[in-house]
Design a protein around this ligand. Structure first.
Ligand code: C5P
Length: 222
């Protein structure tokens, strides 16, 4: 069977990474979390005390930056300049700053280029916001995954509690809605469904049901 490229896009906390990981596992494909790459750069910019809205200042970090996604026993880890930042990139500061960083033209060009190289060989499940529209416009399968804001906030809340973080559903719903707005309204490759993407609303689906829905689409392609 041929090794296809699967692009999964959608708004924040729609279950993309959980489901993309599961699909990748089932297929023996590589999972690529592109949001983690933007988060790693955001973490670096915050640490450097940079104003995240200043494109030139954020972009000046890129030449000296090395971001790696590594597959391990406990799942994917994210490395920034040789340091494991897997947990650090999930803090509120990074989550609430990442949309500003990812809106800059130079940042997007750098990331898109790196992501295309990662997908060159096929056999990948890549999740993000612009995979089907900009990174891999000719991906064999594109899925646009959504869920209601309320459901997404509930899921993120449950995840926070599991990780031992403090959490408020109302605040999460607000933050998620604001991040979606910023990601959808930015000028360069905003979050939008590719015309040829299948729409998958996971509001009332379990993780395994959503993964199975994608596997059905995969079976039509391989
Ligand atoms: O997927 P995740 O929520 O970790 O993504 C974090 C942020 O990174 C998004 O809110 C968006 O601003 C940015 N992003 C992007 N393009 C992608 C993936 C993520 O702009 N392909």
């Amino acid at each position: 069977t041929k090794e296809i490229r699967i692009a999964i896009d959608g708004p924040a906390a729609a279950g993309k990474s959980t489901i993309a990981k599961l699909v990748a596992e089932k297929l023996g494909y590589t999972y690529i979390d592109t949001g983690a790459m933007y988060r790693a750069l955001t973490y670096k910019a915050i640490g450097a005390g940079i104003d995240l809205d200043k494109a030139a200042d954020v972009e000046a970090l890129l030449p000296g930056t090395e971001i790696e996604l590594k597959a391990g026993d406990k799942g994917q880890t994210v490395w920034l300049d040789g340091q494991d930042v897997t947990d650090e990139i999930r803090t509120d500061a990074v989550t609430n700053g990442v949309s500003a960083v990812s809106a800059h033209a130079g940042v997007r060009a750098y990331m898109v280029d790196a992501q295309r190289r990662m997908a060159e060989e096929g056999g990948v499940v890549m999740d993000g916001r612009d995979i089907g529209t900009a990174v891999l416009p000719d991906a064999e399968l594109k899925v646009f995954m959504t869920a209601s804001v309320e459901e997404r906030a509930r899921r993120r809340h449950a995840e926070n509690l599991r990780r031992g973080f403090e959490s408020s559903i109302d605040q999460l719903a607000q933050e998620i809605a604001l991040r979606d707005k910023k990601d959808s309204e930015r000028e360069i490759s905003p979050l939008t469904k590719a015309e040829d993407a299948a729409l998958l609303d996971t509001t009332s689906l379990s993780i395994s049901e959503a993964a199975e829905a994608i596997m059905d689409l995969v079976r039509e392609k391989v």
